[in-house]
Design a protein around this ligand. Structure first.
Ligand SMILES: O=C(O)C(=O)C[C@H](O)[C@H](O)CO
Ligand SMILES: [Fe+2]
Length: 359
């Protein structure tokens, strides 16, 4: 597996490239141009700027997360063709600088969703928290105001300029059933996958986080059957999945090692993280260690090892520990610990494999 670390860019992250370089076994950054509005082409000069910064630390820029999808594409509006064309231009430019994987998601309106970004844990750290009862009661408009407008950091998927149009967006989605969303996804894939094939760049959809409908909005990338359906919409190695253990793991009936085995050659990129799911279905982010949460990280890494996984991987959200001031879920310390845990399991499995052969 090839390790990367999500980085939000110069002046937009508390973590430096020097910090990332010092995390053992980390070869690259997982990056995006966060200041380009969703739907616009990514300018080549800005792409090259990131490449130069990463080059100077000998870090690769092979994985982009995310080139977000304009809402008109998800809604299937006539204007979608212009936005798809822009997306294609961005794919071509990214391929030209050597990018190998583009992660994206197809969630209506909201990206990942939590009710509390700093839930105190018993060890004195804080972490992202999802609470069913609150989501049922909460007015999404109020939450957007809290999350998007009062935060120190502009978070991808929570852009205030996009969400100020929230009531129109909700109105527009009234006509979009799950089936329609699938059709709109198929339309998008049929346009972009041939381009991805031509330029040798893999498209990797991120599962919905959490993997169920919220506020009556359809969500479709939620379980094994639906991931299979997605991969069959356009049956190409360039139409893949970012298999995220934390997103899928919020539903305990998702068997992630089984998915890794079935979809092995269609997973160009993996997110590995743990969460603790409570009996009532609420969940909180934990350390990556298996026994700290409900997701069996050991079995997951074992499954990747068994299938001979050579794709990209990153730790996903971490807790906020040791007093770190950082983007919610994206501090340096807990994610770096996560990387060491993943390598610990992987290296042990490698050693066991070698000794099996030598005995
Ligand atoms: O919620 C998660 O697990 C994520 O990793 C969020 C992703 O960055 C995002 O949805 C990808 O487009
Ligand atoms: Fe993820």
């Amino acid at each position: 597996m090839r390790m990367g670390f999500r980085w939000f860019g110069e002046g937009n992250d508390t973590i430096s490239l020097q910090d990332i370089k010092q995390i053992p076994g980390t070869e690259g950054i997982v990056w995006a141009l966060h200041d380009i509005p969703v739907g616009e082409e990514w300018p080549m000069e800005k792409i090259l700027e990131v490449k130069e910064q990463a080059d100077s630390f000998n870090l690769n820029i092979d994985v982009v997360e995310s080139v977000n999808i304009h809402e008109d594409i998800k809604l299937g509006l006539p204007t979608r063709d212009t936005y798809i064309q822009n997306y294609i231009t961005t794919i071509e430019r990214l391929a030209a600088v050597g990018v190998k994987v583009i992660c994206y998601n197809f969630m209506p309106i909201f990206d990942w969703f939590r009710v509390d970004l700093y839930k105190p844990l018993s060890d004195g750290s804080t972490a992202l928290f999802y609470e069913h009862a609150k989501v049922k009661d909460i007015d999404p408009f109020e939450l957007v105001n809290q999350n998007a407008n009062n935060l120190e950091y502009k978070m991808p998927g929570w852009e205030p300029e996009r969400l100020k149009d929230l009531s129109n967006l909700f109105e527009a989605y009234k006509n979009v059933s799950e089936e329609k969303l699938w059709n709109n996804l198929a339309y998008f894939l049929e346009s972009v996958i041939p381009v991805a094939e031509k330029h040798d760049i893999k498209m990797a959809i991120h599962p919905d986080d959490p993997p169920w409908s919220i506020f009556g909005l359809p969500r479709i990338i939620t379980n094994k059957e639906n991931i299979r359906k997605h991969l069959n919409l356009v049956d190409s190695p360039y139409n893949g999945v970012t298999l995220c253990s934390g997103s899928l793991g919020a539903n305990p009936s998702n068997n992630i090692p089984e998915m890794i085995k079935e979809f092995a050659d269609r997973i160009p990129f993996a997110h590995i993280r743990n969460i603790k799911v409570f009996e009532n279905g609420d969940f909180v982010e934990t350390s990556h260690r298996t026994c700290d949460g409900s997701v069996d990280i050991t079995e997951i890494v074992k499954a990747y090892h068994e299938v001979g996984f050579t794709g990209y991987v990153r730790p996903d959200h971490g807790r906020h520990i040791w007093g770190e001031k950082c983007r919610p879920g994206y501090g340096l310390y807990d994610r770096a610990l996560g990387i060491m845990y993943l390598w610990g399991i992987w290296d042990t499995l490698e050693r066991m494999k070698e000794s099996r052969y030598s005995n």
